[in-house]
Design a protein around this ligand. Structure first.
Ligand SMILES: *[C@@H]1O[C@H](CO)[C@@H](O)[C@H](O)[C@H]1NC(C)=O
Ligand SMILES: *[C@@H]1O[C@H](CO)[C@@H](O)[C@H](O)[C@H]1NC(C)=O
Ligand SMILES: *[C@@H]1O[C@H](CO)[C@@H](O)[C@H](O)[C@H]1NC(C)=O
Ligand SMILES: *[C@@H]1O[C@H](CO)[C@@H](O)[C@H](O)[C@H]1NC(C)=O
Length: 191
């Protein structure tokens, strides 16, 4: 009798254990899927790429002599040039409009034939608003003479940790070689 009682109580407690474990697993699963639910964020801003004048933001570091755009093949002549930049990102095309962030990094003329094309390796850091301090990184090809250029977003930090996405860049205005570029950015992230 004592044996039967003890057997039945131990089997009901092992059923309880199984149920408890199942609940715990479900709870952890629920919390994890909540945390990893992807969020989509869209950003719009204007980047100021100022390559000459008093407020220069992009500096050609190699070779240091300017590209000869009147040479028979300016694309080949510009191939291999490398610039380091720290470009402001503003809310409107007006450079005095609110500063949203900065694009910092390197671009290089990486096409020898047919069209001007840059390899972009840039980090975009937000310096105001809800994403202040968060960054996302762009690595990709930028055929600068095309109307709209799409570039991949390969990662990020802060709110944009684990981000992926893409940006569409469109030249808004060009004064000499100083450009204002409109960016539409789509980010998928989890934080
Ligand atoms: C350079 O920046 C200063 C300070 O923001 C501004 O007053 C000036 O107008 C700018 N110059 C040009 C050529 O944009
Ligand atoms: C630029 O290229 C053109 C055509 O080849 C040449 O006549 C001119 O001297 C070059 N200018 C410079 C500054 O090298
Ligand atoms: C952005 O974050 C930095 C560092 O935390 C802080 O110093 C700054 O005041 C913030 N700027 C805005 C506009 O919130
Ligand atoms: C960027 O977004 C705006 C709307 O916010 C739209 O008018 C514009 O066409 C978009 N640019 C590109 C290149 O898709």
């Amino acid at each position: 009798m004592a044996n039967i009682c003890s057997t039945s109580s131990s089997s009901s407690s092992s059923i309880n254990n199984v149920l408890f474990l199942l609940l715990a697993v479900l709870l952890v699963f629920f919390i994890n899927t909540e945390a990893l639910k992807p969020k989509v964020t869209r950003l719009e801003f204007y980047m100021h790429d100022i390559v000459s004048g008093p407020n220069q933001t992009a500096v050609r570091v190699a070779p240091t002599e300017p590209v000869n755009f009147t040479s028979p093949d300016p694309i080949a002549a510009s191939f291999g040039s490398l610039s380091v930049l720290d470009n402001p990102l503003t809310a409107t095309p007006d450079p005095k409009s609110p500063l949203l962030g900065r694009a910092q990094g390197i671009y290089a003329m990486s096409s020898q034939h047919e069209e001007f094309s840059l390899l972009m390796t840039l980090t975009y850091v937000m310096v105001s608003g809800p994403y202040n301090g968060s960054t996302f990184s762009v690595v990709g090809r930028n055929p600068v003479m095309e109307d709209v250029r799409e570039m991949p977003i390969v990662g990020g930090t802060g709110t944009f940790r684990l981000a992926r996405g893409y940006c569409l860049a469109q030249t808004h205005s060009l004064n000499e070689m100083n450009a204002v570029i409109r960016y539409n950015v789509t980010l998928i992230h989890y934080y």
